[in-house]
Design a protein around this ligand. Structure first.
Ligand SMILES: Cc1cc2nc3c(=O)[nH]c(=O)nc-3n(C[C@H](O)[C@H](O)[C@H](O)COP(=O)(O)OP(=O)(O)OC[C@H]3O[C@@H](n4cnc5c(N)ncnc54)[C@H](O)[C@@H]3O)c2cc1C
Length: 140
């Protein structure tokens, strides 16, 4: 049985995991450092506006992953050693794979604009950004 590792638990990584599971009994591991579970990124602004809670943006119940034998690892991949098919995770943990899928999405960019590094100037891409935005705008 092969070990398929997917880096990234966004819509791309999770769609890959679900479709692989439908077709094979390979071991599947999904790694992400943003959140433990897949959530709808497009709903982030509704969390900030108070219309939804983070829990409401998770398309699958937490038991779904175990039931479908998709192992979730909440960690950051620091480097990939393609020769030995090994991943180095934060805090020194390593994982080996047979097949690697990189579904790491994107991140906010900066262009050297004046003030871009001031406190409170930030991108709005991930769950940590919403948490930070809540902090910055708490007294507004
Ligand atoms: C606020 C907002 C609203 C949006 N609204 C819409 C919309 O209405 N309609 C639409 O079509 N699109 C929308 N988009 C765009 C859409 O969300 C993205 O196109 C989509 O999320 C990309 O999915 P992905 O799986 O490729 O990557 P991502 O969702 O970015 O997932 C990649 C994951 O990989 C993780 N990762 C990256 N590197 C590592 C690493 N080294 N180790 C561990 N984990 C790692 C990241 O933390 C992330 O969780 C919106 C985006 C944002 C930010």
């Amino acid at each position: 049985m092969r070990h398929i590792i997917i880096i990234g638990n966004g819509i791309s990584g999770i769609t890959a995991a679900r479709n692989i599971r439908k077709k094979s009994s390979d071991n599947i591991t999904v790694i992400s450092s943003e959140t433990e579970h897949f959530f709808s990124r497009t709903a982030l602004m509704y969390i900030y506006m108070g219309h939804m809670k983070y829990e409401h943006t998770k398309p699958y119940e937490d038991w779904f992953w175990k039931k479908n034998r998709i192992e979730l690892v909440f960690n950051h991949v620091e480097s990939v050693d393609a020769q030995s098919k090994k991943l180095l995770l934060k805090h020194g943990k390593t994982l080996t794979y047979d097949i690697l899928i990189i579904a790491t999405g994107s991140k906010s960019n900066k262009f050297g604009w004046p003030g871009q590094d001031l406190k409170g100037v930030m991108g709005m891409y991930g769950k940590p950004d919403v948490d930070l935005l809540e902090t910055y705008s708490a007294n507004l």
